[in-house]
Ligand binder design. Structure first.
Ligand SMILES: O=c1ccn([C@@H]2O[C@H](COP(=O)(O)OP(=O)(O)O[C@H]3O[C@H](CS(=O)(=O)O)[C@@H](O)[C@H](O)[C@H]3O)[C@@H](O)[C@H]2O)c(=O)[nH]1
Length: 483
């Protein structure tokens, strides 16, 4: 495998850096190549990109990038647009661009010709340190990731490190970057994390709800035309005993009919934070004329996209632990290491799933076809439905083909959720916009299993069993024992 030799540089994060939202007003972050960002009034517009443009060699040995053609037929993709056409966004701010979905999306949009800026507090990396967890794949620092991207493709992604709950920081990023679209992945996204203890529940809702509120205020104040593309979740709907519509349902009641937001029945403090976000966004679309798209995403699986596969320093994270790992990714890692697949309860829990290559495609489609001013669009972002038992059966079959002995166990369900239920959710709007789904196939499972086998030595089997109980959550802070 090709290796990237970093240039020698010192990256200093101020000792007063606060990842949980306190103002950074006088902090100074010293960046590689001796650029200094001041987070108070100084204009730090594009200082980082100047650092990249200085073009210092990263010693990249990888071959040149292949460019994805997935949605290139779309006439409104980034590179095809005339700069005078204000309805077609070109400058995209990806909040949470260092995370699993955000990183893949930032690279994809950059590859498609959009001017991209990543805004991230790096708190996701801190959660791993605090809980003693790690990604299956070794991931580079955000600075090395961006240097590598620049070295391979010649494209610059700007970087703003800070917390969007700090409105002063967010205002500066808006005024500096002047986004046409904001893709907001910058939330605490794990349901089990939000159910560890009171402080994590409070953190999740504060971080997610206030962060989104700040983004709404920033759009209103500084970039009225900016399109908000917000990552919601299919979990907002819960598992009702009727078909799930895309955001709205037409109801007749006592002789009158109206189209209303689809009822929400979230089942964790995390999923509830997304419901609160949706209500705040819907209200501000009506009250202030904000244009927004809520992408109610299902469970994402996979790790590779065209862009993250270009070099090992661009690899995406892959979580397999009981807090951040999601069902199919976990099952593939479990199979690789000979751990029985952990089906919670009866295993009839059915959800919408999608390949991470479709996440990036969906976000691009939403940006390229923006909502109208005042419109609050909701798209259900998944491609197929599976029960947990069905996923376990698919992974067992794929594992056997690779010579793995895959067993399944029923683990007492740590969550409060229906284990056998009706589930039929609509997901046609993104298909209508041109989504070409990568359906779950033997070859994807094969590749994911092989990826897990490749990094098998990094797997800490102690992190596999679930450790967070929905019923046992209490006010006492939970700490992690050193094993
Ligand atoms: O080892 C496991 C892990 C999960 N499950 C079950 O699989 C289902 C999905 O759980 P998950 O951990 O894969 O996903 P979830 O907690 O719902 O959250 C993930 O998927 C959500 C989409 S959705 O599920 O709400 O549609 C996103 O919003 C979240 O950010 C993402 O972490 C649940 O019924 C869970 O009980 C198992 O049976 N065994």
């Amino acid at each position: 495998m090709a290796h990237l030799m970093s240039t020698s540089c010192s990256i200093k994060i101020s000792s007063s850096y606060r990842p949980f939202g306190q103002p950074l007003s006088e902090d100074r972050t010293v960046l590689p190549n001796s650029f200094t960002i001041k987070t108070s009034k100084s204009p730090f517009k594009r200082l980082i990109s100047k650092g990249h443009r200085a073009g210092r060699s990263c010693g990249v040995l990888a071959t040149a990038a292949s460019v994805s053609k997935e949605v290139s037929a779309n006439p409104r993709s980034g590179s095809d647009r005339s700069p005078n056409d204000s309805s077609k966004p070109q400058r995209v701010m990806v909040i949470g661009g260092d995370g699993y979905c955000g990183w893949a999306t930032a690279l994809h949009l950059s590859n498609k010709g959009y001017e991209v800026a990543i805004v991230d507090s790096l708190v996701r990396r801190l959660f791993d340190h605090q809980l003693g967890l790690d990604s299956l794949t070794p991931i580079s620092s955000i600075h090395n990731r961006l240097r590598c991207w620049k070295a391979i493709t010649g494209k610059t992604i700007e970087l703003y490190i800070g917390d969007i709950c700090d409105f002063e920081f967010l205002s500066e990023t808006f005024n500096s970057f002047e986004p046409d679209a904001v893709v907001h992945f910058g939330e605490q996204r794990s349901a089990p994390y939000s159910m560890i203890d009171r402080s994590r529940a409070v953190f999740t809702q504060k971080n997610n709800v206030i962060g989104t509120l700040n983004v709404l205020f920033a759009i209103k104040e500084f970039r009225e035309e900016c399109h908000l593309v917000k990552l919601g979740t299919m979990g907002e709907y819960g598992t009702p005993n009727i078909d799930i519509e895309e955001g709205y349902i037409t109801i007749s009641h006592n002789g009158r009919t109206d189209t209303l937001p689809y009822p929400k029945q979230a089942s964790s403090f995390y999923h509830l934070s997304k419901v609160h976000d949706s209500n705040n966004i819907a209200f501000t679309c009506k009250a202030w004329g904000i244009r927004a798209t809520d992408l109610n995403q299902g469970v994402v699986y996979g790790v590779k996209t065209d862009e993250t596969s270009m070099h090992e320093q661009l690899y995406n994270r892959l979580d397999y632990d009981g807090v951040f790992g999601t069902a199919l990714n976990r099952f593939c890692v479990q199979a690789a290491v000979g751990h029985p697949l952990t089906v919670y309860g009866k295993g009839g829990q059915t959800r919408g799933y999608l390949d991470i290559r479709d996440t990036v495609q969906c976000v691009e489609l939403a940006i390229a076809n923006p909502a109208k001013p005042g419109e609050f669009r909701v798209f259900n972002q998944f491609t197929e439905q599976f029960s947990v038992n069905e996923l376990a059966a698919l992974v067992t079959k794929a594992g056997q083909k690779l010579g793995l002995d895959v067993q399944t166990i029923s683990v007492p369900n740590p969550r409060v959720e229906a284990e056998e239920h009706y589930y039929n959710a609509k997901h046609t709007k993104l298909i209508e916009l041109g989504l070409k789904p990568h359906l779950l196939s033997d070859s994807l499972l094969d590749s994911l299993l092989n990826f897990a086998i490749e990094f098998k030595d990094r797997i800490d089997t102690k992190q596999i069993m679930p450790s967070v109980s929905w019923k046992k959550i209490g006010v006492t802070p939970q700490t992690v024992p050193a094993n």
